[in-house]
Design a protein around this ligand. Structure first.
Ligand code: 6PG
Length: 255
């Protein structure tokens, strides 16, 4: 459908394997084409589901030295705080594979949310200049090779929440919020123009608490459809893939 490629899995193990295969294929294609792979992570259950990347065969076959790591969103807390998306990724993935430390672009954890967002956008601008991150030919936004997103039961993606003004942000690449309904309150996030400029976007969603939001995000729910953040993930030229387990897919029209 035009809501992307929907992949429904019978178990979390099967989903994890498919996700690792998908990431591996995109990494290979991107390194072949551009010499590098620029991937943005989110927080939450997604990171655990990426765990297979640290196991055979992926840990040995992927070209880790060409990976550049970013975050689609981050909580504004110290890097060693249990709420940090950086720490989650470091503990579960980055410490287990040979990623080049200088290729890991985490946010500055010693400034305000606003400054952290500005600095992160500036850092990405520098990397666009050197083509570590490509640039979209239509929006002049950065064009990440892959942006990985989770989704909350309310349909939020990254730290873009329902009814929040960030949904309408058109100019900034990275912005900040101080009123996240999901704690902690202070976060930075990629904006929708950046998400929708990526070459590939994957949304990884599991569990029945998210089934209704999955339906509203994917199915044709008519003109009354709320402007659900997950529904506004619509890559302009890129490919969108949904990784769902059976419970998350249980309310789709044609699962
Ligand atoms: C965050 C996230 C957020 C997350 C979803 C889903 O930092 O909180 O990036 O967007 O991905 O809330 O999280 P779960 O999969 O853990 O429910």
């Amino acid at each position: 459908s035009d809501r992307g490629n929907v992949r429904i899995h019978e178990s979390l193990d099967e989903l994890s394997t498919d996700l690792a295969d998908y990431i591996g294929e995109l990494s290979e294609a991107s390194v072949k084409e551009r010499g590098v792979f620029a991937i943005a992570l989110s927080g939450g259950s997604l990171v655990g589901l990426m765990g297979k990347l640290c196991e055979a065969p992926y840990n040995k076959t992927l070209d880790w030295s060409k990976w550049y790591i970013f975050w689609a969103d981050e909580r504004v807390v110290a890097k060693n705080h249990t709420d940090s998306n950086y720490k989650l990724a470091k503990d579960n993935i980055l410490s287990k594979v040979p990623i080049v430390p200088s290729h890991v672009h985490s946010i500055n954890d010693s400034v305000s949310a606003e400054e952290a967002a500005d600095e992160y956008e500036f850092a990405i601008r520098q990397l666009v200049k050197t083509r570590v991150v490509s640039v979209s030919d239509i929006s002049d936004c950065p064009k990440f090779d892959l942006i990985l997103l989770g989704m909350g039961p309310d349909g939020h993606v990254a730290s873009i929440f329902p009814n929040h003004p960030v949904l309408n942000e058109k100019d900034e690449w990275v912005t900040f919020i101080t009123d996240s309904p999901k704690p902690p309150p202070e976060r930075i996030t990629f904006t929708l123009p950046v998400i929708n400029s990526a070459s590939n976007v994957a949304v990884v969603v599991t569990g029945d608490s998210k089934a209704e939001a999955v339906r509203l995000a994917i199915n044709d729910v008519g003109p009354d459809c709320p402007s659900l953040p997950a529904r506004m993930v619509q890559p302009t030229n890129g490919k969108l893939v949904w990784f769902l387990d059976r419970p998350a897919a249980s309310k789709l029209d044609h699962p």
